[in-house]
Design a protein around this ligand. Structure first.
Ligand code: XMP
Length: 506
């Protein structure tokens, strides 16, 4: 399979380059800038952007060897400066950062940019810029602020662009990447989900042979796609385990099990809700809740696994963004919330790991899921945290409070779906607050629970904004929750963005 290597210098956009190229049907892999990579099937190399300046003492630089391999190279932004540095160009530190749109103007027709791209908007985001051409290079396109917006050395097959073709705001950016990948590198579009599926199934069969594989199924997209894929590859030798921790949404367990049944996938259902709720009794601190839930899950899973003596592998839904050793994420980032996913099983379970999705981005997993027969409703479900409703019942968790929240939450989801908003938002859910407020129902004073609505828009959950839902929809939800859920007399809408708030309340 043809491959494009992206050397990562730490840009926030590195993953976008890989995704855009994969969307073109060509497999792209991200490699740290200083790491050796296997050249087999590699058709070209892209040098990513970076938050660093080439003037920094510890500016990231690749080995000179990459310019000697003879593969076509495209430098993007900082990647352009790297090229200039190796070929004695002059880069000027700029006091003013150029950030935002610019119009690209063709100076000389070339393999990367042609008349079709001439005059289109490109996105700039750089401080330093090229001032003097590197040896053997010529400028083929410019913008008002950058005389060398695109440079080339056709003899060495090197191109470099000052702007970011990978971002959405570069209107014809994808076309530029396509020209590099197809016309310059001669790569073939042979990366698609059908190929992927076929190769994975063969690989899984080869690895597992006649041994058994166990895997936790949470009902989320990733672990579900793994389960269906494993089942397709090795049938009943895959044991998918769905643990009910008593913290699930209304009808969740039933829905998940039925979805699998429709696909002919047998899932082992374990109801451990009593154990979880017992251990959570009296616990208020959110981090403590998470730890207890994480540990209890491991205890339950371990016990199930021990029932089988021929299980050699553990299947997990690890995705590509978790695997990439991006230089952009080096350095300690503070733990805001410890996230315990079902995937987070301890190493001492002594299984060999199988991670069939480790090369995929989330949208690719969704496409694969579709190919495997999971329906749209299942595939497009909102993310749901591992600790479930435990972090949405603020304060102490009791069966009664869980039930109140379940009913309210079901109404929220039902109304959001009815209004065709569900697929436009990142998450929508109800939160049960640990206070009571006064209300009046009929002629009587009430003193009951408050439910908060949380509906956010987000791209990756890292940042988020509250959804500007229509008042009518908010009104309908509030009316229904107060009228239909016993014990609730007030509904409030959370209008905080992340940061500084978080999506979940705990
Ligand atoms: P926050 O609340 O940190 O949430 O803004 C960001 C995303 O992560 C989900 N989330 C969790 N997922 N275990 C999980 O598996 C957790 O402990 C957890 N806490 C938050 C949250 O639902 C949102 O999608």
């Amino acid at each position: 399979m043809d491959k494009i290597i992206i050397l990562d210098f730490g840009s926030q956009y590195t993953q976008l380059i890989a995704r855009k190229i994969r969307e073109l049907g060509v497999y792209a892999e991200i490699v740290p800038f200083n790491r050796y990579f296997d050249k087999t099937d590699v058709k070209g190399i892209i040098l990513s952007g970076s938050p660093s300046s080439i003037y920094d003492n510890d500016a990231p630089l690749p080995s000179r060897e990459i310019f000697e391999i003879g593969l076509p190279i495209l430098g993007i932004c900082y990647g352009m400066q790297v090229i200039a540095k190796f070929f004695s160009g002059k880069i000027a530190p700029s006091k003013k950062r150029e950030y935002g749109p610019a119009i690209i103007r063709l100076k000389k027709k070339n393999e990367l940019i042609d008349e079709e791209i001439d005059g289109s908007v490109v996105w700039m985001s750089h401080g330093d810029r090229l001032e003097e051409l590197p040896e053997g290079f010529e400028s083929v396109a410019y913008t008002d602020n950058s005389p060398f917006a695109v440079v080339q050395n056709t003899k060495r097959r090197i191109w470099a662009v000052q702007f970011h073709p990978e971002v959405h705001h570069s209107k014809k950016g994808k076309q530029i990447l396509a020209r590099f990948v197809f016309d310059i590198c001669g790569a073939e579009a042979n990366w698609n989900m059908e190929n992927f599926l076929e190769t994975q199934i063969n690989q899984i069969r080869e690895t597992v042979k006649n041994k058994r594989v166990i895997g936790a199924v949470s009902g989320g997209v990733d672990s579900s796609v793994v389960a269906v894929l494993m089942n397709k590859a090795i049938g009943e030798n895959f044991i998918g385990v769905f643990v009910n921790n008593g913290l699930l949404r209304k009808n969740e367990a039933q829905y998940v099990l039925e979805s699998f049944k429709k696909l002919g996938v047998n899932i082992r259902y374990v109801d451990a809700s009593e154990l979880f709720l017992e251990r959570l009794k009296g616990v208020i601190d959110p981090e403590k809740k998470r730890k207890i839930i994480g540990h209890t899950f491991i205890d339950v899973f371990r016990e199930i696994a021990e029932e089988y003596d021929d299980v050699e592998f553990l299947a997990q839904g690890t995705l590509y963004p978790d695997v990439i050793e991006s230089v952009s994420v080096k350095g300690p980032s503070a733990t805001i919330k410890s996230h315990h996913n079902v995937g987070g099983l301890p190493k001492d379970l002594n299984f060999k790991l199988i991670e069939p999705l480790r090369e995929l981005f989330k949208d690719e997993v969704r496409r694969l899921g579709k190919k495997l027969g999971l329906d749209d409703e299942f595939i497009n479900r909102h993310p749901f945290p591992g600790p479930g409703l435990a972090i949405r019942v603020i304060g102490e968790i009791t069966q009664e409070r869980l039930n109140v929240l379940r009913e309210a939450d079901a109404i929220v989801i039902e109304e959001i779906k009815k209004a065709s908003v569900y697929n436009d938002v990142w998450q929508a859910f109800a939160v049960l607050l640990p206070i009571s407020t006064v209300g009046v129902m009929g002629d009587k004073r009430t003193y009951e629970n408050v439910v908060a609505l949380r509906v956010v828009e987000s791209v990756d959950g890292m940042t988020a904004d509250w959804s500007r839902l229509p008042y009518e929809l908010l009104g309908r939800i509030s009316n229904r929750v107060i009228n239909e859920v016993e014990g609730v007399n007030r509904v409030v809408y959370d209008i905080s963005s992340k940061p500084p708030s978080t999506i979940e309340w705990e």
